[in-house]
Ligand binder design. Structure first.
Ligand SMILES: NC(=O)c1ccc[n+]([C@@H]2O[C@H](COP(=O)([O-])OP(=O)(O)OC[C@H]3O[C@@H](n4cnc5c(N)ncnc54)[C@H](O)[C@@H]3O)[C@@H](O)[C@H]2O)c1
Ligand SMILES: O=C(O)[C@H](O)[C@H](O)COP(=O)(O)O
Length: 376
């Protein structure tokens, strides 16, 4: 069996080498003609799986993307050709939620507010939105969810419409890029919605760049508007609107999902799908490939914001990514360079915490940290 794999899939060798001949390729420079004998194609978001690529792969039986988003794959073309496909839905939900949490603690520190006094509106209550909701609730933050498609499918959680979200102190976007249908998300935050934001509000986009009109955002900032934005994703990556940079509070190169665990989970999910499709033994767990954590355990006496913030930022401090992004993104190929050389971080679960009391323990576990075994 010939397995072709984008070189950015973490632990692909560990999971797939036993099942056939592994061939690695670079997503951006892929020549589809090199895939002629591929039985299995494993990608991340940089490989565009379209009709042109598929027309060169007569043997292809399965395409998997180790990412949550699938907008780089032409699913209709795959279906028309009878090729099985899969994604890694939810693999990096924890990672993105932790990216948002890190950004909120940094902003709280910079702007002098308490997170528990804020209401956070979450647009898209799928894997990422639900993780974020759970983590915020664990530390006493009030949240609202908006997800009309899920609501229409009978999701029983309380939901609000987008107008109620627009009144939240903080708005965090976690929708897929949807072009049409009843609930499109392309430019969901267009010039009208952006214009409706007050200078006290915070808007976070860690889903897809095309959900937020970057040019309209720039125009509003140039007119003197002062609301706060956090952008992990940009319109038209990697050729982004760099004029926006000075106005954005925190930013990065589409790395919100890039934790070691998130990337490993993505590859592991495809491993499970291939095992099922080809009736192969699925013997490796997720933990079998992950290295031990290098963090020394810490203690947390109270849920005072500064203490929780210190713990969060000791695992992941978004300011490092922000600084690197601003330094490198204007260099030729900068955006992609940052992504390829990203120092993949760990998730909160890699840090063991001894809690001062049961309320602290409940909160830190809800946030995703691991309780130190002797405090269980
Ligand atoms: N920055 C990153 O590194 C990163 C990492 C993971 C995911 N993502 C992006 O974030 C998106 C969400 O990820 P996920 O794993 O939660 O996906 P998901 O499919 O589990 O959840 C997306 C949710 O958005 C909802 N939705 C769709 N259209 C909507 C609309 N118009 N208004 C409100 N809600 C709407 C869907 O019903 C669904 O529940 C992905 O599709 C991907 O594009 C980005
Ligand atoms: O949709 C996703 O899962 C994320 O956006 C993902 O992190 C992006 O995938 P990458 O470009 O890292 O392959």
């Amino acid at each position: 069996m010939h397995i072709y794999c984008e070189d950015s899939l973490l632990y692909a060798r560990e999971y797939f080498a036993g099942w056939g001949e592994l061939h690695f390729f670079s997503g951006r420079n892929l020549d589809p003609q090199s895939l002629t004998n591929a039985d299995i194609l494993l990608v991340r978001s940089t490989t565009k799986v379209d009709e042109r690529l598929l027309s060169h792969c007569p043997n292809l039986k399965y395409v998997g993307t180790a990412t949550a988003g699938t907008n780089h794959m032409d699913l209709a073309a795959l279906e028309a050709r009878g090729i099985a496909y899969g994604s890694a839905a939810g693999c990096n939900a924890i990672a993105v939620a932790e990216y948002v949490i890190s950004s909120l603690f940094v902003l709280a520190q910079q702007q002098g507010w308490q997170l528990k006094d804020k209401q956070v509106g979450i647009v898209g209550a799928g894997h990422v939105g639900s993780q974020l909701d759970a983590k915020l609730k664990a530390i006493g933050v009030n949240t609202l969810l908006c997800d009309p498609p899920l609501q229409a499918q009978g999701d029983k959680r309380p939901m609000v419409d987008i107008d109620a979200i627009m009144a939240c102190d903080i708005i965090s976007l976690h929708v897929p890029l949807v072009e049409d249908g009843a609930h499109p998300t392309r430019l969901l935050f267009d010039k009208h919605r952006l214009n409706a934001l007050t200078d006290q509000q915070v808007l976070i986009n860690a889903c897809r760049g095309e959900v937020l009109d970057n040019q309209a955002l720039l125009s509003l900032y140039q007119q003197g508007r002062q609301f706060t934005t956090v952008l992990d994703v940009w319109e038209n990556e990697p050729d982004i609107l760099t004029e926006l940079l000075p106005y954005v509070a925190l930013t990065s190169a589409h790395i919100a999902g890039h934790t070691l665990e998130g990337k490993a989970r993505g590859t592991w999910m495809l491993y499970q799908q291939v095992a099922e499709l080809f009736d192969l033994p699925c013997e490796l767990s997720l933990n079998s490939v992950l290295p031990a954590s290098e963090f020394a355990p810490v203690s947390l006496a109270s849920l005072e914001q500064q203490h929780v913030a210190n713990m969060v930022l000791s695992v992941y401090d978004i300011r490092r990514d922000d600084q690197q992004f601003r330094t490198l993104v204007n260099k030729p190929g900068g955006f992609e360079y940052i992504r390829r050389h990203y120092a993949i971080r760990r998730e909160f679960a890699a840090l063991q915490v001894s809690a001062g009391n049961s309320a602290v323990k409940k909160a830190i576990c809800g946030l995703g940290f691991s309780p130190k075994p002797d405090t269980l």
